[in-house]
Write a protein that binds this ligand. Sequence first.
Ligand SMILES: NC(=O)c1ccc[n+]([C@@H]2O[C@H](COP(=O)([O-])OP(=O)(O)OC[C@H]3O[C@@H](n4cnc5c(N)ncnc54)[C@H](OP(=O)(O)O)[C@@H]3O)[C@@H](O)[C@H]2O)c1
Length: 429
Amino acid sequence: MSKSRISIGMLGMGTVGRGVYRILNENRDGIEQKVGASIEIKKILVRDITKDRGLDLEQGLLTTDAGDVIDNPAIDIVVEVLGGIKPALDYSLKALKHGKSLITANKDMVAAHGKELFEAAEDNGCDVFFEASVAGGIPIIRPLKECLAANRISQVIGIINGTTNYMLTRMSEEGLNFGEALAQAQSLGYAEADPTADVEGYDAARKLAILASIAFNTRVPLDQVYLEGITRITAEDIKYAAELNYVVKLLGIAKESEEGVEVRVHPALLSKNHPLATVNDVYNAIYVCGDAVGDVMFFGRGAGELPTASAVVADVMSAARYQLRNVPGIVSCTCFAEKPIKPMGLTSTKYYIRLNVADKPGVLASIAFVFGSNEVSLASVIQKQITGHAAEIVLVTHRVLEKNLQDALKIIKDLSTVDEVSNVIRVEE
Ligand SMILES: NC(=O)c1ccc[n+]([C@@H]2O[C@H](COP(=O)([O-])OP(=O)(O)OC[C@H]3O[C@@H](n4cnc5c(N)ncnc54)[C@H](OP(=O)(O)O)[C@@H]3O)[C@@H](O)[C@H]2O)c1
């Protein structure tokens, strides 16, 4: 080994950056012994160097000049924990072009610009690691790329957004409605003031695009991930689901089939017996099916200062080992195939449908007729409550084609006896 020291430059010193600094300092002995060299943080880019970070930082360590990190010839590895696309992408590409390996926790950047980052790394003989970009502290990127590499993966299903999992857990356990659960998540710091990225499913979609790309060795564009958030889920849906022996979870689902790769993020009813059904609060879990290994599940904390930094520092250690042995650039992109994305209309699941209808004879028969004519067969019909002349009913279908279900719903919405299609939720088996 030619070097005895690895120098790191950090872009960002917020929640994750602080955790990286703490782990590298608090666990220094073990980390350096495992790597076989000393590891030094040389410069950290921030917006405001006067901000109190609650750490005893060496004078001159912080900088507001990105060049001190990305153009600094003394720095071997750059840790990008700024977040967002701009300026993180420009800085990351520049660091790679200077031959520095890149560690990032940035799902937005990896999901939208992974190809550019990998190509820049390959062209310049360095590595890109991004374990923390999906499910924080849970090891899932490297297990998919390496430990499960011998398998054909058939599906990856994950609870990959802690905020919405916390909210759905509170709605389920305390009967809270959506607004109350969101307020609770915000007061505990689990949800941001603007919760759109979490509750509308964007955050989970980015993570799913990354997971699916690795699992199926094909680049899954973010805009091809079908997306539905949890804003329409009510306390009633959760209660009725429980009566039917299901829990409601926001799932990221990626499956491979003959028609292509299916990638969808949406709330789903999941049997209480499914291993993911017991994953509650802010915890995340990813369930993977491989042809050789069978079913495996990865569970843990999907966010937070130290859990996320745990994954970032492990990536730093891998990059350092490769640099010390003069073999950077051996972790290449695994998207070697070009597979189509399966159109959503061709996917099939069971469905839970809640309707408000007129409480009079023949209504159910007319609804069942529309479903039947569109090849949607019903597994159960339950009348939940009657108020005045209206009745609330819950239907569960057999496994049907999404397109057929949507065609039937278009007609049902317009029936004079149907006041409202209150909710439609897929049932994942
Ligand atoms: N937080 C988590 O639990 C978690 C989990 C998984 C992945 N991640 C990912 O990790 C990344 C970092 O998240 P975070 O929660 O640590 O973010 P954060 O707390 O907002 O920290 C961002 C840091 O970047 C600095 N920064 C931002 N824009 C900058 C700019 N234009 N120039 C210079 N410095 C800039 C900020 O400087 P100042 O401190 O001076 O403002 C701050 O130190 C994101 O990609 C996020 O998605 C986070």
